[in-house]
Design a protein around this ligand. Structure first.
Ligand code: FE2
Length: 132
């Protein structure tokens, strides 16, 4: 299954939508590398890219929230912190254990939480930014 930024997931903010698309691409690359049974050397760079990209993207969203004084900034930031922490744990476990069914399903569950966050919180943020 490929992750895709469908219409329903667009926030209406061009930067955020572009980064969400890129983020899904990064997840797809990691899943591809895992499902092809590629070794550590192929999987590790996709993990690194995903973690770096998530950090960069969450920082951009937070900068926009700060700049435009988004009222829900504290809770949104809290989600980002918890999300990143857990994502790191899950994906960093892959090189040692290999892409087991269990850690692939952990990734999928964790990405599902991101999709929900995009559909709810990031969409609210997009609507707010569009009103500015
Ligand atoms: Fe967000």
């Amino acid at each position: 299954m490929k992750y895709e930024l469908t219409k329903a997931l667009e926030t209406g903010n061009a930067i955020i939508d572009k980064e969400h698309r890129e983020l899904f691409r990064a997840v797809n690359s990691l899943m591809d590398a895992c499902s092809k049974g590629q070794g550590r050397a192929a999987i590790e760079p996709t993990i690194k890219f995903l973690l770096d990209y998530v950090n960069k993207h969450f920082s951009h969203e937070e900068e926009l929230q700060q700049k435009y004084k988004y009222p829900n900034i504290a809770a949104h930031k809290q989600f980002h912190i918890g999300y990143t922490r857990r994502l790191k744990e899950i994906v960093n476990a892959i090189p040692a254990a290999g892409p087991t069914v269990m850690n692939l399903s952990s990734i999928n569950n964790h990405i599902a939480a991101l999709v929900t966050h995009i559909r709810t919180e990031d969409k609210k943020l997009g609507a707010f930014l569009n009103g500015k």
